[in-house]
Every structure is written in C-alpha cells, then in structure tokens.
Ligand binder design. Structure first.
Ligand code: PAF
Length: 284
C-alpha cells in the first residue's frame, strides 16, 4: 500500500489507473479506523480493482464548539489497518493541501441539509460536501463507499453527485455494530465506563420504534415518542432529536403508508459525547 500526501500525486496515480481501465473505489474517512471503516474497505474491494482510503479530519465540517481539536487521531495505526484490509493507497493530505486558499469556495447542497443534523450542526454539511467534492477530484473514483450510520450524510452526498454530475456511484454500506448493538464510531472512545454501558440503549430505543411500526403503528409523532420515552429512561441521555421520516425523501408526513420505508434517526449526547444512529423499517 502506498501513502500519498499531495493532491497532484493522488491525481497522477488515479489517472494512471484510469488509463489502464482499472476501476477505482474511494473510502473517505476521518481516520481512527474501526470495524465499520474496515467493512467499507472490504465492500470497496468487491466493486473495484484499486481502493483508495482517504484519511483527513476535515476542519470545515466541525462547528466552533465541536470536537475538531480532540477528534481521535492515530495515523500509524490507520495506515496499518488500511493496508491489512486491502487498500492500495491511503491519501493523507494536510489541511494546507486541501484548503490552500483557506476556504474561498464552498459546495452547498440545499436538499436534505435543512433538517436533523443540519439544524443541530449548522454549516456541517457544507463542510462535508465541500471536502467530499475535493476528495472526489483528488481520487477520481468510479465508486465511493459511505456508511449507513451517517444516513443523512449519505443522502446529501448522493444528491451532490447527482446534481454536480459526478461520474461515480455512491454505495451505502450497512452500519457495523458492537455485539451489544452500539453503532461503531470513532467517537465511542470518548465514552467512560458508565457511558459505554448505557450507550447500546440508543439502538435499543430505535428498535422499540421499529417494532412499533412492525406492530402497526403508523403515526409519526407516536413512533417518535416511543423512542424518546425509552431514551428518557436514562437520565444520562440528552436528546438533540428523534425523528422518523420517509427513507428516500426525509419527508415527515403525519401518517406513514403501508409499504413505505421509513428511517428513524436520533442524535443524543451521552456526557459530552454526541452520538448518532438510525434504523430503517418498512411499514407492513
Ligand atoms: O463520514 C465521515 O467520516 C466524514 O464526514 C467524511 C465523509 C470522511 C468527510 O469528511
């Protein structure tokens, strides 16, 4: 596996492989790789001959009071893991390399960004869509793999690709969970022992919402309150939002229709750690 640090070099490599008619898959990450990322790399291998993992903690997608400075980083370990799981290249640019003129050009997607994460993290998606555009232009992939855990992000990136006519396909890979149900996330390392024990209740709460749908509940507010009630049993959680919406459009009708696929999304604080998760369920 080769380590690449400049955009110029990354583009040369991508051009070379494109000229050889090889298929390239990009796995964008902010590092501190875990099983979830590794599953994305594995899926990338199924689609492409060349897998490029990108490792960049993107400052522009963090708000001023968020965890950019303390976001967990371990470059050496990430390099080893990416290699072990079959990446051909790991692209590790510096902040200056990705934002040489500071931040004079932004890519803004309007659809899907005005709710849920968009409300609680203003500007977050502008940072994501800007860096993802730059990473696509650096790695020139045919495929890019994103995790379902960041459900809204995946929809936003798909919209970006569609509207800016990127010639690549977005693949959304299932969330990988710890045995107790907690969605894998680089931020899980922030949790202390007590918080880590409570954290799986996030997914369990989503499951109660999904079960209510499977048992015939179609009233959006009722589904939301079932999930909230379960979360609120634990005083340690501070809920940013619980929302259920049409899985494709993120619309929030009063009632869901039989056959409609819905996503139940949540973001909660556990101590100072903000965790997100979601579950998809189809109305019987
Ligand atoms: O999901 C992430 O880790 C980040 O938002 C991404 C897509 C790598 C962009 O910085």
């Amino acid at each position: 596996m080769e380590i690449v640090e400049t955009v110029r070099k990354m583009q040369e490599i991508a051009n070379l492989h494109r000229n050889e008619k090889k298929k390239i898959a990009c796995v964008p990450t902010m590092g501190y790789l875990h099983e979830g990322h590794l599953s994305l790399i594995k899926i990338a291998r199924e689609y492409a001959n060349i897998v490029i993992v990108t490792l960049f903690v993107n400052p522009t997608q963090f708000g001023p009071n968020e965890d950019y400075a303390k976001y967990p980083r371990n470059k050496e370990r990430d390099i080893q893991l990416a290699q072990k799981f079959g990446a051909n290249y790991i692209f590790i640019p510096s902040v200056e390399e990705m934002y040489p003129d500071n931040y004079t050009t932004k890519v803004i997607v309007k659809k899907f960004t005005d709710k849920f994460e968009g409300i609680f993290r203003p500007g977050h998606f502008d940072g994501v869509t800007t860096i993802v555009t730059k990473l696509f232009n650096a790695t020139k992939p045919h495929f890019a793999i994103f995790g379902q855990k960041d459900y809204q992000q995946a929809l936003v990136v798909k919209q970006l690709v569609k509207e800016l006519l990127f010639d690549l396909e977005i693949i959304v890979a299932p969330t990988i969970r710890e045995p107790d149900g907690l969605a894998m996330s680089s931020r899980n390392v922030y949790l202390n022992e007590v918080e880590r024990k409570i954290a799986p209740e996030i997914y369990k709460s989503l499951l109660t919402g999904a079960e209510s749908v499977l048992n015939g509940e179609r009233h959006r507010e009722v589904i939301n309150s079932i999930v909230k009630r379960r979360l609120n049993q634990f005083k340690e959680f501070k809920i940013d939002y619980v929302a259920c919406a049409d899985a494709k459009t993120l619309d929030e009708p009063e009632f869901f229709e039989p056959g409609q696929t819905i996503v139940i999304l949540t973001a909660v604080y556990l101590g100072t750690t903000r965790l997100i998760d979601n579950i998809i369920v189809t109305v019987p």
